[in-house]
Design a protein around this ligand. Structure first.
Ligand code: CP3
Length: 348
């Protein structure tokens, strides 16, 4: 196997297509409730959106998992629902209930989305990015992110999370002009928001399309692949060195069409996807990121070690960034996270 002498940040080397071993590692939701030091900060900031928009606190909680575990990348602490909130849409986080949003039912709510206002509201996020670039250890990369238009639109149409996003899927088929206008507005905002993060110092960007997997193949191409391709092209033109990771969770075999046509530099692999499939089917040289089951991390011990062994074996020879297949869950023992980092760093 090819190995690499580290001349730049291992995460960025892997993202640019090098086979870096030991593979770089970071975890989705690595800043969060499983960490006592996160809960302590969060207890002083009961309003979650205000917390995301307070640079001092957002910077602190972004750094917490880096200090504790020495991950290869930090991800900006914010949320995918900050942009719709900044655009003037009603978004609230209720404790124990998750996000609650105003529902988009017609063109008026789409036309009310205001990008000029958004730039002012999300300005603190850019300040957080600047502070992080000054505070991270030299080998740690900084990832900025946004929700992809489809997933953000789905929360806006449903008024929150949903088991099957039935109303979103109905609207996309029955009222494509309305749903298309919403997605187009979010696409424009996403380009603006991610460009601002890159300008402020984000070294890589990630698009979370958490609910892409609810769509049929034709709808997936229309509402996931096409908007992502337009976002990726716009970012590429302005920031050619800033890699974009796309994560269309639940895409299944459509991941291949996504990897080929969405214009992203790397793809996130969810828990259900065999890593061996990704290693074989993704375009030659395209990095994958994933995909340890968050529950294997809760379990820890031999079960986790076996997952790490089989992952690294499945992706031998392919540029890879080790991560979970979905976000870390609050009941995860922090010692298991430390053990995971050690397992990955000592893997052949
Ligand atoms: O560490 C990181 O990964 C960076 C920060 C980050 C958060 N959310 C912080 C957060 C990121 C990248 C996200 C992405 C996000 N947010 C997604 C995409 C990834 C995924 O999980 O599919 C989605 C769908 C959301 C929307 C969201 N935010 C929900 C549904 C919830 C409530 C459910 C929950 O887990 O509490 C949130 C809240 C949220 N975002 C928390 C954190 C740390 C927990 C809030 C708290 O402290 O109480």
């Amino acid at each position: 196997m090819e190995t690499t002498t580290i001349t730049r940040k291992p995460f960025l080397a892997a993202l640019s297509g090098e086979v870096v071993r030991p593979a770089p590692i970071w975890l989705m939701r690595q800043a969060g409730r499983y960490l006592p030091e996160y809960r302590a900060v969060r207890a002083r900031a009961p309003d979650f959106l205000r917390f995301c928009l307070t640079p001092k606190l957002a910077t602190e909680v972004t750094l917490q998992p880096i200090r504790r575990f020495g991950f290869d990348a930090a991800i900006l602490f914010s949320d995918i629902l900050v942009p719709p909130y900044a655009l003037g849409h009603g978004v609230r986080f209720e404790t124990g209930e998750g996000p609650v949003l105003d529902r988009v039912t017609g063109a008026a709510q789409v036309e009310a989305l205001d990008l000029a206002r958004a730039r002012e509201v999300w300005a603190p996020v850019m300040e957080t990015v600047r502070r992080l670039r000054g505070a991270l250890p030299p080998a740690t990369a900084l990832i900025g992110f946004a929700g992809a238009p489809f997933t953000v639109a789905a929360y806006m149409v449903e008024g929150g999370g949903s088991r099957d996003f039935a109303e979103t899927r109905r609207m996309a088929f029955a009222e494509p002009a309305l749903f298309g206008a919403l997605v187009a507005r979010l696409e424009e905002a996403t380009i603006d928001y991610l460009s601002a993060q890159a300008e402020a110092g984000a070294e890589a960007l990630m698009l979370f399309d958490s609910w892409a997997g609810v769509l049929s193949p034709g709808q997936f191409r229309r509402w996931v692949v096409a908007p992502t391709a337009r976002i990726a092209a716009a970012l590429r033109a302005r920031f050619p060195t800033v890699g974009l990771i796309g994560f269309p969770r639940g895409a299944g075999p459509m991941l291949r069409a996504y990897a080929e046509a969405a214009g992203v530099q790397a793809v996130g692999i969810d828990t259900a996807m065999p890593a061996s499939w990704a290693a074989r089917e993704l375009p030659a040289g395209m990095p994958g990121q994933g995909n340890i089951d968050p529950m294997a991390l809760v379990a820890g011990g031999d079960a986790l070690a076996e997952e790490v062994r089989s992952l690294m074996q499945a992706v031998a020879g392919r540029p890879w960034i080790v991560n979970l297949g979905h976000g870390i869950v609050p009941q995860t023992p922090p010692e298991h996270v430390a053990a995971l980092v050690e397992m990955v760093r000592s893997a052949a």
